[in-house]
Structures are given as C-alpha cells and as structure tokens.
Design a protein around this ligand. Sequence first.
Ligand code: SF4
Length: 266
Amino acid sequence: MRKDKYHAYPLSFFVGYDPVKTHLMLEKQVSRDYERKYYRFRIDRWYGGIATADCVGCGLFCKFCWVSDKVRRNPVKVGSFYKPEDVVVRLLNLAKDRGINQVRISGGEPTIGRGHLLRVLDHFAGKGMLFILETNGILIGHDESYAAQLSSYDFLHVRVSLKGCNEGEFHMLTGANPDGFKLQLNALKNLLKAGVSCHPSIMTSFSTEESLRELTIRLAKICEKLVEEVEVEELILYPHVIERLKRHGLKYGVAHTPDKVPPDQI
Ligand code: SF4
C-alpha cells in the first residue's frame, strides 16, 4: 500500500478517454465475424496451472500492465485471427497434455468480440473444464445483456479485475475517465444479478488502506459475498513493467519480482 493520498484529488481534476469507446474501437481491429486475434497459447502457473489463450487488444491502458509494448501498441500487426473452435481445440489439447481441467483467456480483454467469446464458450459445454474469464469488466458493466448471455454457461467463473479502489485511482492507473470505475463495479452487479459466478480482484499496490476500506464498503453494498471473495492482486515487477512505471512516474507500494510472488497469489 502507498501511504500518501494522491487519490484525494477532486474528480474534476481528471479528464480521460471513454473506456467503452476504446474497447469498441479496438473491436474492429482484433475481431472479424466470429474470429478474434490471439498471440499465444500456453500453460501458465496461476490457479495451480491453467491452459491459457492470450488474446490481442484491451481498451484500457493500465500503466502497470504486464503485456509487452510490442503487443499492446500493435493490435493490427500482432497475432493471428482464430475461429472459436480452433481456440477451443488448442486450449483442450494444452489442458489434456498437462492433465488439468482449467482454461482461461488472458493477455488482453477477452470480452472484446462478444460473438467470438460466446461461441468459444458454446464449444466448451460438456467438456468438463472450468473456464475462467479474466476481465476488466468495462463492457459487461456497460451492457447488462452481456452478463445475461454469460449466465448460460455453468462452467464459467468471471474474475473482474478492479483497477484501484476508487474513481481517482482508476483514472491514475488507466488514464481513462474516472467513471470507468463505476462500470467495473456495475460489471459485478450485472453478473450477480444474472446469476454468473464471479469475484473481484483488486490491484492494491497503488492504493491506500483507507481507499481499500472504502471500496470494501462499496462492494458490501452490492453484495456481502463480494467482500469475502476479494482477491488481492499485487504488482509483479517484470522488467518491462518497471520500465513502464518509470516512464509514467508511478510510485507503488507492495510489489514482487516474478520469482517471488507469494504462493497465495498464484
Ligand atoms: S485491463 Fe488488463 S490487459 Fe488491459 S491494460 Fe489493464 S492490465 Fe493490461
């Protein structure tokens, strides 16, 4: 946690991009028909081992993001378009090779290209996998019907990754309009209302204890269960992340080198 109170700026201080618009604009570059761009398929260590498809493109520009500049800045040039069924085959093969039953889409924002994502999920029906959807929640918070559509999949769990603990921190970390934070909270509301399994994770390395406490109160107003299920996410200092933070002059509190991430965060 940081000790200073940078989050105490009045919100009128901030002007930022509209995160819904950036997601929808990017959609035209990284999805076509029911295809979506991906740049990598791999097994990753999180959740005790999970088959992972890394998609291209995110409409937030988090200053601590672990995705490389090469991928973030070149959504048109990086990666290839994949059909939903091809993504499913690759993930299933990876999972089978390792004897695991968990898959996820990460790397960018998986809710961009709704038609593609829903078809990927359709193909996973009956495959005995847990599908973890890691999202910043912007599009789900913007459009309630997205959560309603996700409720068809009983093998789906959604992890909504909150960027900071309030509107000011959200803006500081993403550069987006502060109101985007409300969309993140709305995503949790919409998912719960639709009966979709979900939990919030919170990037806390830039937050104060006070802001985290205040967020807990806001989450409890949505649903007490969310408070119990909060996942604390702390900064991982990959070399390109350190470089990016320096570039933005962003100070942080607790952080870990990639080889020393606490076991309870893996
Ligand atoms: S939401 Fe995730 S993928 Fe998108 S910029 Fe932020 S950290 Fe990176």
